[in-house]
Design a protein around this ligand. Structure first.
Ligand SMILES: Cc1cc2nc3c(=O)[nH]c(=O)nc-3n(C[C@H](O)[C@H](O)[C@H](O)COP(=O)(O)OP(=O)(O)OC[C@H]3O[C@@H](n4cnc5c(N)ncnc54)[C@H](O)[C@@H]3O)c2cc1C
Length: 395
């Protein structure tokens, strides 16, 4: 039996819960990924090059912020999982641009900002980034931001530096975070990267998400118009809706990462002979494949339940709302399972597990970035710990 005829990694048929039109659209996404991404993804990763030429075709899928377009939350999550399953870097580009930059325009943009930017951003004619982390402040950036914005007439003057900003080398706009130099409140701006005083340099020598272009950003007396400020954001907590959504998508990435590891490990162990038999015929190999599958299925089941909460209207008729600690548990749990899963996958490929030619090395390495970004696994664990004990162990 060929591996294509064997049961899929979606062992509990989560995708089958989607209505027919969403199943059809998900298949369209899979076909696009198989034709346009899968054959090239390892090459882009090895060269640390972003496939900018792909953006018009990616835009044709018309999948910017799917829930805003009427798709279900389960569909939105499965799209990110499928993208990650084929190329974690492409999924990360997609999430930074759509789930952080475009979503921030939907949630916080003024009528004028939306008219100027939203249609082009949704169609990937312009690209965006999310600039929060700083060289000296990662996990504690909410309380420790050093980038400042000082009001000067009808503009603001920004100074400071940011680190790790995905899409940062080439994007047209950044959602830029700064502390008001006078009031100490948090401000957010749609910053045009062509403004004088903006400098960006690519972070080199990464061992994960090499296709994603992460940048160090320096701001020196950058004048940003008041019209480019998000007037609805005055404190870090205002961003919770945004961060809750993007953190959730990172947990969906952990699902996709595990499905990828399972796909590659199963195919390899069926193909590779040792002692005259396929690796997959040995009990210890089957045990590891089953554990990988169990981890992926448990993670997917958890995410499907969160999507159900999101898609169930609240008692007041509004959209279903997740609590941050629910999302934090999902991120902490799925990424911990993912680390175990990709380590088994790496080991099942033996020496071939450490060269990108066999795909697993890329899957294994990219998992490390998922583990750390959008709040590290430890910070998300402590968010849940605070919720269930009433005691904060973060500071
Ligand atoms: C590939 C990649 C892409 C990224 N993209 C973006 C982006 O687009 N935009 C953006 O703004 N940021 C981005 N980030 C930054 C990311 O969000 C941070 O790396 C993350 O928040 C952790 O911050 P840090 O790296 O400074 O680690 P630190 O905060 O220095 O933490 C180091 C270690 O200490 C642990 N730690 C810290 N505080 C505590 C505590 N109180 N208790 C227990 N353990 C603790 C952490 O869990 C971690 O293990 C990206 C990062 C990576 C790696």
């Amino acid at each position: 039996m060929s591996s294509e005829q064997l049961p899929s990694g979606d062992f509990f048929d989560v995708a089958a819960q989607l209505p027919p039109h969403e199943q059809q659209k998900l298949q369209e996404v899979r076909d696009f990924l198989a034709a346009e991404v899968e054959p090239h993804a390892t090459g882009w990763w090895d060269a640390a090059e972003f496939p900018a030429h792909l953006l018009p075709k990616l835009a044709e899928l018309n999948l910017s912020t799917p829930v805003q377009q009427g798709y279900s939350s389960l569909f939105a999550g499965l799209v990110i999982a499928e993208m990650t399953r084929v190329d974690t870097s492409l999924a990360t580009f997609f999430m930074v641009h759509h789930d952080l930059f475009v979503e921030s325009l939907h949630l916080f943009g003024s009528t004028d900002q939306k008219e100027r930017l939203l249609a082009d951003a949704m169609a990937l004619r312009i690209t965006g980034a999310f600039a929060l982390t700083e060289p000296n402040h990662g996990s504690d950036v909410a309380g420790g931001m050093e980038t400042t914005a000082r009001r000067d007439g009808d503009a603001w003057v920004l100074n400071g530096s940011k680190r790790w900003i995905g899409n940062g080398t080439f994007c047209d706009y950044m959602l830029m975070w700064a502390q008001d130099a006078d009031t100490k409140e948090i401000r957010a701006f749609v910053l045009d990267t062509r403004l004088p005083g903006v400098q960006r340099s690519k972070i080199e020598h990464k061992i994960a998400l090499r296709t994603v272009q992460n940048a160090d950003i320096s701001l020196q007396n950058v004048r940003v118009a008041e019209a480019d400020r998000f007037s609805g954001i005055n404190k870090f907590a205002d961003t919770n809706v945004l961060l809750r959504g993007s953190r959730l998508m990172v947990a969906w990435q952990a699902v996709g990462q595990q499905l990828a590891a399972f796909d590659v490990a199963r195919a390899y162990t069926l193909d590779r002979l040792q002692f005259g038999r396929p690796l997959a015929s040995f009990q210890l190999v089957q045990q590891q494949l089953v554990q990988m599958l169990g981890n992926a299925v448990a993670s997917m089941g958890m995410m499907a339940q969160l999507a159900r909460i999101q898609d169930t209207p609240a008692p007041d008729g509004g959209p279903g709302q997740l609590r941050m600690e629910q999302v934090a548990l999902a991120k902490a749990f799925t990424t911990a399972r993912m680390r175990e899963t990709v380590a088994m996958g790496r080991s099942l490929l033996g020496g071939n597990g450490i060269v990108t030619d066999y795909k697993m090395a890329k899957i294994f390495s990219d998992a490390e970035a998922i583990y750390t970004y959008e709040g590290s696994a430890e910070i998300n664990t402590l968010i849940v710990g605070r919720a269930i004990t009433g005691i904060s162990a973060i500071v």
